[in-house]
Design a binder for this molecule. Structure first.
Ligand code: NDP
Length: 271
């Protein structure tokens, strides 16, 4: 997919004489956000696409962040915008997202894109992480129609959109969260099990139906190592397919961000 994106970016440049580009906004220096931005920068560079990082101090006010997002939304050289979380304390994320151009919202956080995803209506941007999970399922030709899918986690950026996407593909979807009683009893029903929890190895092999397809979005630091929400060793012994951490859904997120940015650029230039 990286090679496909590089080719698509080259074709785009030849056609429009413009380099498609993403602007990332970050306030503060949260280590996970810093490292994520670095990975995105690398992915954009490798694909021959433009990347701008706009950093503000942790002390930045809501007004300053909103002004920067509004300025980038109006800048014709910027095709995609991503605002990194966490935002500084006291800054209202709703106000920041409201300043974001829907047409440049390549991580699908604007309520208009999220609403269209819920309705599966019209053209919309899907958050890059669940979009990557779905692309893995598509490329491995995992049958979704009628399948029992269980998504553990209900965040707006991973769990909920993933559940919606599976539903649109006609899976029977169950969403679990921190108040779910007997998580294992639910996950053991899953033909497709998705973990988006943020707790190291919370899902173990005994919680997985033999042959199930396991998509692990978790990225957790465990004594310096990066591990998923799924205990890979015990799960791999039971699962039919399983994504590794690192190296599975993480790189896919970056690729989907390239794809969404390219699409945004095409749509903006076609207007
Ligand atoms: P959030 O913290 O926003 O959401 C976590 C979800 O897990 C919540 O819905 C929470 O339930 C649920 N949860 C917490 N504890 C339990 C439990 N014991 N049993 C069942 N459910 C539980 O996290 P994100 O969705 O933002 O991220 C999830 C994971 O994905 C993280 O590890 C994150 O680092 C990773 N991530 C990976 C990306 C990638 O590219 N692969 C990109 C983005 C995130 P409740 O709602 O009740 O609190």
């Amino acid at each position: 997919m990286r090679a496909e994106m590089a080719q698509a970016a080259a074709d785009f440049k030849a056609r429009w004489n413009t380099v498609p580009g993403l602007a990332v906004v970050r306030a503060g220096e949260d280590p996970a956000s810093v490292s994520y931005a670095r990975q995105i920068a690398k992915a954009f560079e490798a694909a021959g696409m433009a990347f701008q990082l706009h950093t503000l101090p942790d002390s930045a006010s809501q007004q300053e962040i909103v002004a920067l997002v509004a300025q980038l939304s109006a800048d014709p050289a910027v095709h995609g915008i991503m605002v990194q979380e966490p935002l500084p304390k006291g800054v209202d994320g709703v106000a920041v997202v409201a300043a974001l151009s829907v047409a440049k919202d390549v991580d699908g956080v604007h309520p208009e894109n999220a609403g269209r995803l819920l309705q599966d209506a019209g053209d919309y941007f899907v958050p890059a992480t669940p979009a990557g999970g779905m692309e893995i399922l598509r490329r491995y030709q995992v049958a979704l129609k009628g399948a029992q899918a269980v998504v553990v986690g209900r965040s707006n950026i991973v769990g909920k959109p993933m559940a919606c996407l599976l539903l649109h593909q006609h899976a029977t979807v169950t969403i679990c969260h921190s108040r779910t009683v007997d998580l294992g009893a639910v996950t053991r029903q899953a033909d497709i099990l998705v973990a988006a929890v943020g707790k190291a190895r919370i899902i173990t092999g005994d919680m997985i139906k033999p042959g199930a397809v396991v998509i692990d979005f978790g990225m957790n630091r465990d004594s310096g190592a990066m591990v998923g929400d799924v205990d890979f060793e015990s799960a791999a012994a039971v699962a039919g397919y399983i994504t590794p951490v690192p190296g599975g859904t993480g790189p896919m997120t970056n690729v989907m961000l390239l794809q969404n940015t390219l699409r945004a650029a095409e749509q903006l230039l076609n207007r």
